[in-house]
Design a binder for this molecule. Structure first.
Ligand SMILES: [Ca+2]
Length: 625
């Protein structure tokens, strides 16, 4: 799968004083989804779950509720283990999660109505993709008011209720923050484009053309064609890394930075627990506007391939901006967190996002892990190793899927399986890795029930501008944004009205109501893992050590904290495998183990790790005795 970084946008405040954010998302151009697979029976691979009594979860106290006292509170000192190391983040695409008003689109009241489900599932923080007022050119990532709620999603009172009700269930709220750009309908930009001498002219990136009818340079927008838009009124071009309706803010103007940080305070004062930073790589551009190097061939939009060297690099300026942003958060109690949509190109850039003194982004999302494009024990082993012992001593953050990325239920089965039984086995295997490796997992709504992708079938169906521009080569991102599958009823129980995009094909078998009834469902496997994670300190805080590192088929590792030793073995192949683990490699003397969780009923009870037999795509979690 060829992956390309894309940007999405969203905005926060409307009233002159507040800032704008822009968000960049990672998007793929070629998809391997198995979307046409026929829905099958719910999994037949019975997971064995042996409840193990244990300690208590340390992820207990959510961010304090709305309170104006936050603003001038004492500087927060990190507790021994900040909450964001022990939690599991769950990404919600508000438009598709739950529709409380039967409008065909999701809304905040819908999310609030599902908090009991989310608490029962066991996640601790909800990252909401943008729900600010927006013309929806890029589905919320083009923000026209950073400090309000889009009417289609509800009211600020609805948001306050969501924060309040979530807190009662020990769940925090993380907002999406789009700092790179605003909507062209944001009052800031309307002022900026009104005249060359407007006070907000320098809030955006305006330049003269290189010559008549020639933009300032050859930079291309991520969503196709020139990144410069000519404005006839003032006869200058403005810069947009994403759509023309998403003008980039000028982060070299300190007033812009101040305005955006005011937005951050606005939401922290409302009790949010942090921000997911959109498209953070795009914040700064080369001040000399040097042309980017071109490469052979053309992209999905018909433009020359190009290396976005001078408008996408992590220019040094980004680190100072992130440190300043972090210092705003650190003045609030309960360790507010920054989650970053960061670069995947190389590990050093990812690690740099933690900051030299761990003073920038606490949780830069690891897209190098998410971009592993096949079930491969060596590849995943390498991607885990490079971040587990990183030079910044940063805390790892893992994910597979999001609103820009084909659902992994389809991705990893591509080329191997088209039946739901095998896909369920693979998705359980991946769940076991995500929830037992050292770091903070980020789940995408619906992955816990095995939601599949549903790409548009015809151009007329496409909602996502990327799909409209790139059809048919690029079908856009509608396929991973389909309505949450709550039941086998019409529209998957999401809404009685026609949903804004069709539900995915496997909703009859893969939905919350049905899966809750089956002990062996994907949903109940996730729940068991999330519960185990809370009760096993080794899984949350223990060291990570890879075992059997030459094994090409089975990823095996041990997590250890004090006397608590847990071994995880994941057969990533389509053949049965036998694994032999040396107890000494786990710092224990006995080869006796008890099965905590297995995705196969054939591995259960007390066993020896000297000879561990694993069926295809089987995951086991063992406690060493
Ligand atoms: Ca920018």
């Amino acid at each position: 799968m060829k992956l390309v970084n894309i940007a999405l946008t969203c905005l926060i405040c409307a009233n002159g004083c507040l800032p704008v954010f822009s968000q960049t998302a990672s998007v793929h151009q070629n998809r391997n989804s198995q979307k046409n697979s026929a829905p099958g029976d719910l999994n037949t691979a019975k997971p064995t779950v042996i409840a193990d009594s244990g300690g208590t979860a340390s992820d207990t106290t959510p961010n304090a509720g709305p309170s104006s006292s936050f603003r001038c509170g004492p500087v927060a000192r990190p507790s021994e283990v900040p909450w964001w190391k022990n939690t599991v983040i769950y990404e919600i695409y508000p438009r598709s999660f739950a529709d409380a008003t039967n409008s065909g689109m999701g809304n905040l009241k819908g999310i609030t109505g599902k908090l009991d489900y989310l608490a029962d599932l066991g996640v601790g923080a909800l990252w909401l993709t943008p729900c600010y007022p927006s013309p929806q050119v890029d589905f919320g990532y083009d923000i026209s008011d950073y400090c309000a709620i889009a009417p289609e999603y509800g009211t600020m009172a609805d948001f306050d209720e969501l924060v309040r009700e979530a807190k009662k269930r020990n769940i925090r709220i993380i907002m999406d923050l789009v700092m790179n750009h605003t909507s062209d309908k944001h009052p800031w930009f309307i002022e900026s484009r009104s005249s060359k001498d407007n006070p907000k002219r320098d809030w955006y990136v305006w330049r003269d053309g290189k010559s008549k009818d020639q933009p300032p340079n050859n930079w291309q927008a991520l969503f196709g064609h020139s990144a410069w838009q000519f404005d006839p009124k003032t006869k200058q071009y403005y810069y947009h890394f994403f759509y023309p309706q998403q003008p980039d803010l000028n982060w070299r103007n300190p007033v812009v930075k101040k305005a955006m940080f005011d937005v951050v305070r606005f939401w922290l004062d409302k009790g949010v627990a942090g921000f997911r930073l959109d498209a953070i790589n795009t914040l700064y551009e080369d001040p000399e506007l040097k042309d980017n190097p071109t490469k052979p061939g053309k992209n999905a939009y018909g433009d020359p391939n190009m290396e976005d060297k001078y408008n996408y690099l992590l220019l040094p300026e980004i680190h100072a901006a992130l440190r300043d942003l972090r210092s705003v958060l650190d003045k609030y109690p309960d360790n507010p967190v920054l989650v970053g949509e960061t670069t995947a190109e190389d590990i050093s850039r990812l690690v740099s996002m933690y900051g030299r003194n761990n003073d920038e982004i606490q949780l830069p999302m690891n897209f190098r892990f998410a971009y592993v494009d096949k079930l491969s024990a060596p590849l995943f082993r390498a991607r885990i190793a490079e971040i587990d012992k990183n030079s910044a001593d940063g805390w790892p953050t893992f994910l597979y899927s999001n609103h820009d990325r084909t659902r992994h239920y389809d991705r990893y089965a591509a080329g191997m399986a088209n039946d739901s039984d095998t896909k369920d086995r693979i998705t359980k295997l991946l769940a076991a890795m995500l929830l037992t490796v050292r770091g903070t997992p980020v789940m995408y709504y619906g992955e816990e029930i095995g939601m599949e992708n549903r790409d548009p079938q015809r151009l007329e169906e496409v909602q996502d501008p990327i799909g409209k521009l790139g059809w048919p080569k690029e079908k856009g991102r509608d396929g991973e944004r389909t309505p949450m599958q709550w039941s086998a009823d019409t529209n998957a129980g999401f809404s009685t009205a026609k949903p804004w995009v069709p539900v995915a094909g496997n909703y009859k078998t893969h939905n919350v109501a049905t899966e809750e009834k089956y002990p062996d469902s994907v949903l109940n496997f996730y729940k068991s893992l999330l519960k185990l994670r809370k009760s096993e300190p080794a899984l949350r805080e223990g060291d990570y050590k890879a075992l059997n590192t030459d094994d090409a088929n089975v990823l095996t590792y041990v997590r250890n904290k004090g006397k608590d030793t847990v071994v995880i073995a994941l057969n990533m192949s389509n053949r049965a495998q036998t694994v032999s683990i040396d107890p000494a490699s786990c710092n224990v003397t006995s080869d006796n183990a008890s099965v905590l969780i297995s995705s196969s009923p054939k591995v259960s009870g007390a066993i020896s790790v000297r000879k561990l037999e694993l069926e295809p795509f089987t995951a086991v979690v063992l406690r060493m005795r």
